[in-house]
Design a protein. Structure first.
Length: 190
């Protein structure tokens, strides 16, 4: 009788252990599902837009995702050479195309309205969900005519992260592609 009682206790303990193991597995799985749902709820999705008309050219970075995009690294180039800012890039263009600068100055003296608005993205900048940030906007037919062909020489890459620390890169040159997931934003993006 004692041996039989011992086996029944052992069987009950084994069943309790099995139920505990199944419960632990369910809790781990549920935690993982909740973490994935939270990540999806704060996922930023950054893309670039270039829009043109005869009198306006604009380059924007957009966040079409559900959460803010925290910019951790920015790489700005002209013909593959690093540039410190959009403003410096325009100065570089002006130095290399004296004829264009002369025609722009002549047009301004003749009373044509032209405007250039720039905003260089920087590390630490936050692009809110469902918003856009204008990088450069050029207004005036002559400026658009001069600026638009130069865009093929322009390079901009952003490394950005979500609130959960997941990071991606996206580049203006490859704007039709999906953002690429990276483990972290390296200092070479700065």
């Amino acid at each position: 009788m004692e041996a039989r009682r011992l086996r029944l206790d052992f069987l009950i303990a084994l069943c309790a252990l099995l139920v505990s193991a199944v419960t632990a597995i369910a809790v781990v799985y549920q935690t993982r599902v909740i973490a994935n749902q939270f990540s999806a709820a704060v996922w930023p999705y950054v893309s670039f837009d270039a829009t043109y008309s005869p009198t306006v050219a604009e380059v924007d970075v957009r966040n079409d995702g559900l959460g803010p995009a925290i910019v951790r690294g920015v790489k700005l180039t002209w013909d593959g050479k690093p540039q410190p800012s959009i403003e410096a890039l325009f100065a570089t263009i002006g130095r290399h195309d004296a004829a264009a600068m002369a025609s722009i100055r002549a047009a301004l003296r003749a009373g044509q309205t032209m405007r250039v608005t720039t905003s260089t993205p920087t590390a630490g900048m936050v692009i809110p969900a469902n918003s856009q940030h204008t990088i450069v906007r050029v207004e005036g037919a002559l400026l658009v005519e001069r600026f638009r062909p130069e865009l093929s020489r322009f390079g901009l890459s952003l490394c950005y992260c979500s609130l959960t620390g997941s990071c991606w890169t996206q580049s203006y040159q490859n704007r039709a592609a999906e953002p690429r997931s990276v483990s972290t934003c390296s200092s070479s993006e700065n």
